[in-house]
Design a protein around this ligand. Structure first.
Ligand code: IPE
Ligand code: MG
Length: 228
């Protein structure tokens, strides 16, 4: 969800206003996700590297998170959305952690859509952590090198791999996001800044995704047919 800061600066507003507008934008996209029966959406809200930002912005982001959870939890209930979080919560302000834990607990039975918020998330840390946890469970023997066993130790355990990754805001990089889970994801980059990313833009990304041929390292059906 990149581009909040620039969106605000372009309007002569404080960066935090861009983040606020960005958070509001999530709800605007829900109907499109429901319409296309998307089962899981992961939202990169705060990375392990975002601590490098000025303290005032970091503080602002976490108070915005508290505000968001308080305001939107009824929406999660009403729309039967399960909230999940991927990331290291121990470093978060206690109030945010408590609000997150409450929202996870209250929505855990909902199945319509899983909204996986990546907060204090970094793929490098996630993978290192998973390796240590797997070893702790004595999965460090050579015959235990099995992706399906390892995946249980990622924050995203139980979620499907990523099909489509959308990055808004014009940069063409992955910024330590779900690096394990995107092995065969289709990548979609757009210059649109996150607060401006509308249901129409999301639909455009989905249309583009539908045009792609996914092979997962194999051959497409026609190629296989013609060679056999
Ligand atoms: C992304 O928007 C949101 C977060 C990292 C929380 P940015 O804050 O990176 O926005 P730009 O890139 O400065 O426009
Ligand atoms: Mg940015």
């Amino acid at each position: 969800m990149d581009g909040n800061g620039r969106w605000a600066t372009q309007r002569g507003l404080a960066r935090l206003e861009g983040h606020r507008q960005g958070a509001e934008n999530i709800e605007r996209l829900l109907d499109t996700l429901f319409f296309y029966k998307i089962p899981v959406v992961s939202l990169y809200a705060f990375s392990t590297e975002n601590w490098r930002r000025p303290q005032s912005e970091v503080k602002g982001l976490f108070s915005l998170l508290n505000e968001f959870l308080e305001k939107k939890l009824p929406v999660f209930h009403e729309k039967k959305i399960q909230l999940r979080v991927s990331g290291e919560l121990t470093r978060l302000p206690a109030r945010s952690r408590k609000a997150i834990e409450k929202a996870i607990e209250e929505t855990k039975s909902y199945r319509r859509l899983v909204a996986n918020f990546c907060i204090n998330y970094g793929a490098h840390y996630e993978i290192c952590r998973a390796a240590v946890l797997a070893c702790r469970d004595l999965l460090c023997e050579k015959d235990k090198i099995r992706p399906n066993l390892f995946e249980r130790y990622l924050y995203t355990a139980g979620l499907p791999p990523v099909d489509l990754l959308i990055r808004t805001g014009g940069q063409k990089r992955l910024s330590n996001f779900l690096l394990y889970q995107i092995a065969y994801a289709e990548l979609y980059f757009t210059d649109v800044l996150w607060p401006d990313f509308s249901p129409g833009h999301l639909e455009e990304a989905l249309v583009e995704y539908n045009k792609r041929t996914r092979k997962f390292g194999g051959l497409v059906t026609e190629e296989r047919d013609s060679s056999s």
